[in-house]
Design a protein around this ligand. Structure first.
Ligand SMILES: Cc1cc2nc3c(=O)[nH]c(=O)nc-3n(C[C@H](O)[C@H](O)[C@H](O)COP(=O)(O)O)c2cc1C
Length: 155
């Protein structure tokens, strides 16, 4: 199963189009989770996840699906050299996996970035952040597709 974490608020933006193209070429069962609709509660740093479980339960279903998945796709625009805040909230809530990593799991991770400017510069630290977070899920970045300079385009 392939889980897509989608994080653009624009239904007809570049991230939506790149994701549609990805799904067209994907032969796996695909489930899309829209970060802007999930509206994850932000991590409050309470430290209770030291036992591997978050005190909040709004992301339980998403995390259960990621644990089952073979592939995780992160389809996101770059906002201020990072991901939009609803996706960042989900990433911060993955702290229980930092506390208790999924050591037996293997997860392919594909990233689809959309950037208004140069992707090379804009995605550098975000890629590093994603790499750190997904390691705790048994994940390894398999592919990165960057759609560059979208702010100069009119299509
Ligand atoms: C709040 C905000 C911050 C942005 N920051 C960056 C940035 O740091 N680097 C960049 O290349 N583009 C930046 N952009 C441009 C978007 O990444 C670009 O428009 C992208 O195509 C948006 O994705 P979408 O077409 O799926 O909506 C920013 C856009 C917004 C709205």
């Amino acid at each position: 199963m392939t889980i897509i974490l989608y994080a653009s608020p624009r239904a007809d933006g570049y991230t939506a189009r790149t994701m549609a193209e990805y799904i067209k070429n994907c032969h796996d069962q695909v489930k899309i989770f829209d970060a802007f609709r999930i509206n994850a509660k932000p991590c409050i740093g309470c430290g209770r996840c030291a036992d591997g479980f978050c005190h909040y339960h709004d992301l339980d279903y998403l995390f259960a699906q990621i644990i089952e998945a073979d592939t995780l796709v992160i389809a996101t625009p770059i906002y201020n050299f990072n991901v939009p805040s609803p996706l960042k909230a989900i990433f911060d809530r993955m702290q229980p996996f930092y506390e208790k990593p999924l050591t037996d799991k293997k997860l392919n991770v594909d990233i689809l970035f959309s950037c208004g400017r140069s992707g090379e510069e804009s995605t550098k630290y975000t890629t590093r952040m994603i790499d750190c977070i997904i390691k705790n899920l048994g994940g390894k970045i398999r592919d990165i597709k960057i759609t560059n300079f979208t702010d100069d385009r009119n299509d």
